[in-house]
Design a protein around this ligand. Structure first.
Ligand SMILES: [Zn+2]
Length: 395
């Protein structure tokens, strides 16, 4: 089968770290840690596992970070190389899988927790918090926090992968493949909204209006009693989209503090040789980018005792405000079985705004991976929300 394989070597990773992000061509240039190869289809000969034929698989910000070498080396112990990336997956079953017959169209919950690994449930899994599984490096399959980071399972950026029944959710007839493609990111947004722990009327700031920020805004609007939700968006089309997804107001990055100060009666301070910040501010801020500047914006605009939710893979930031303002820093990673995030997400992708977003999904054949990654890297600027691979395409 044809697949894109991640073969990151240390020198390439370091090269990517040095310049990744500033020179997007490196994502897809000669030093890219990705290659198009012909592989034997993956196979896991254990109960509950089945082969899946990929229909579509998205490119996520975390994939781009990994390819650019900007991902923390923290994660290097949580993957098994080489692997086929791709954890946002719509596929159809090649084999029967317990109660699901061959041919069933499914979306994949990528977390490779205890059930998939064939080990007794850890404390987190037993409580339904599968995204907190502590056994993601042991059991029947190689280390890998998710499908798309594990050597044995394959991933969505290949023609065939294997998945465990515990990961599979059938897709209702009425949903397009493009809508189904958004189920995994929406499930993450459902989890994010729960982690934000919103009280009725809370003022919320969402920093970032890419797929993560837009879908989090939707989940906050639909699933919580948030009051005003202000979204920070760089590009004009993102500003329009953010409103469709439930934003009360949208601001450019440079206007955030002024906007929050006006709404909340906060004081703005101007420290020496550093960025301004507020005393007072929103109740909850959500970093949906993962850059240092986005996280710092959240820290600077949140009231004392408020909550900052880390929804993007975080960069380094000045944490002075977290200490001085006693902020709660809350991580949000993937989603869990216990909260029924995938079934909820399958309901949410029928929402008008998501249905419209799904019509802008840009699918590429595997062999045009360099173009696809460049497109995904520039998606915000180009007005695309989700770029994906469709391994069935040849041109
Ligand atoms: Zn577990």
């Amino acid at each position: 089968m044809l697949a894109l394989e991640m073969v990151r070597s240390v020198p390439k990773a370091l090269l990517g770290r040095a310049v990744g992000g500033r020179v997007p061509a490196l994502l897809s240039g000669v030093a890219a840690p990705l290659r198009l190869v012909t592989l034997d289809p993956p196979h896991v000969d254990r109960p509950g596992w089945a082969r899946l034929k990929v229909r579509m698989s998205g490119i996520c910000g975390s994939d781009l970070g990994m390819l650019a070498g900007s991902t923390s080396l923290y994660f290097s112990a949580l993957v098994s190389l080489p692997f086929v990336p791709g954890h946002e997956i719509v596929a159809e079953l090649v084999d029967d899988c317990e109660d699901l017959p061959a041919g069933t169209r499914v979306v994949v919950d990528p977390v490779l927790a205890c059930a998939a690994r064939g080990v007794d449930a850890c404390q987190a899994c037993a409580a339904g918090k599968t995204n907190r599984c502590s056994r993601i490096t042991v059991g029947d399959i190689s280390p890998g926090l998710q499908t798309g980071f594990c050597h044995d399972t394959g991933g969505g950026w290949g023609e065939v992968l294997v998945a465990h029944r515990s990961q599979l959710h059938p897709v209702p007839e009425g949903l397009s493949d493009e809508q189904a493609l958004l189920v995994e990111p929406v499930a993450c947004a459902v989890h994010t909204a729960a982690r934000a722990d919103i009280r009725p009327g809370d003022r919320v700031l969402v920093s970032g209006a890419g797929a993560v920020g837009l879908l989090a805004t939707l989940a906050l609007r639909e699933l919580t009693d948030a009051g005003e939700i202000v979204v920070v968006a760089k590009h004009v089309h993102q500003q329009e989209l953010a409103r469709e997804f439930g934003a009360s107001d949208v601001v450019a990055p440079a206007e955030v503090l002024r906007r929050v100060r006006r709404a909340t009666g906060a004081f703005q301070l101007e420290p020496e040789l550093s960025s301004p910040y507020l005393l007072g501010g929103v109740d909850v801020a959500l970093d949906a980018v993962g850059s240092a500047s986005s996280l710092e914006t959240c820290l600077q605009a949140t009231r004392a005792g408020g909550r900052v939710v880390l929804s993007g893979m975080p960069g380094k930031a000045d944490l002075s405000a977290a200490w001085f303002r006693e902020l709660e820093l809350v991580g949000t990673y993937a989603s869990s079985h216990g909260e029924r995030a995938f079934p909820q997400a399958i309901g949410l992708v029928a929402h008008d705004a998501v249905a419209r977003m799904s019509k802008t999904v840009a699918p590429y054949p595997l062999h045009r991976w360099r173009e696809a990654l460049d497109h995904a890297h520039s998606a915000g600027r180009l007005g695309t929300v989700k770029v994906a691979f469709d391994p069935r395409r040849t041109g």
